[in-house]
Design a protein around this ligand. Structure first.
Ligand SMILES: C[S@@+](CC[C@H](N)C(=O)[O-])C[C@H]1O[C@@H](n2cnc3c(N)ncnc32)[C@H](O)[C@@H]1O
Length: 168
């Protein structure tokens, strides 16, 4: 992730799903001193664990944590006129929300910007008929992204599956 951020020369980034702050820390360390990460989560208990480590690493000033449903935070940024202003987004929250996060992040990204989606293989369950809402959502998103002419994409089979989508 840090390598991707550096390859892009990213300055303005988004994370959806912070948890205890590990991926946010990784991205923030790779950003330039004036870089910015809009970190979206709904859980204060989890994110509170990460904040001291952001401070200790000297990157807390780059991270803006917004504790609200990510759709609300992203819609507010779009309403504020921030479309096309971000370089990179990492989507790693509730799976049934991925498509909504994708559409909003695509609007917020500049052409050439990159979206990374975690868990797109979902333990391999996306290859079988979906028995739950999370698997169905990921299956539908994978099919949608494969044909989406607004992006260039690759599903990278590392970890639990990471889709990289570059905005055209
Ligand atoms: C898999 S964890 C994120 C892990 C983190 N990206 C990392 O790699 O260190 C998913 C997070 O998504 C958050 N989440 C769930 N629903 C959300 C929503 N509607 N809006 C924002 N965050 C949400 C959860 O609170 C949880 O902290």
């Amino acid at each position: 992730m840090a390598l991707l951020v550096r390859l892009l020369g990213a300055r303005r980034t988004i994370e959806i799903g912070v948890f205890t702050g590990y991926s946010a820390l990784t991205v923030a360390l790779a950003l330039p001193e004036d870089g910015h990460l809009l970190a979206c989560d709904i859980n204060d208990e989890y994110t509170r664990i990460g904040r001291p480590y952001w401070e200790a690493a000297g990157v807390a000033h780059k991270i803006e944590l917004q504790l609200a449903p990510a759709r609300v935070t992203l819609d507010a940024r779009l309403a504020a006129g921030n479309a096309g202003q971000y370089d990179f987004a990492f989507i790693d929250a509730d799976k049934t929300g991925y498509d909504a996060y994708y559409e909003r992040c695509l609007a917020l990204l500049r052409p050439g910007g990159l979206i990374a989606f975690d868990n797109v293989l979902w333990g391999g369950s996306v290859a079988r008929p979906a028995k739950d809402a999370d698997t169905a959502a990921l299956h539908a998103l994978n099919a949608k992204l494969h044909l989406d002419q607004r992006i260039d994409m690759a599903l990278v089979p590392i970890g639990d599956g990471l889709t990289l989508a570059r905005k055209r």
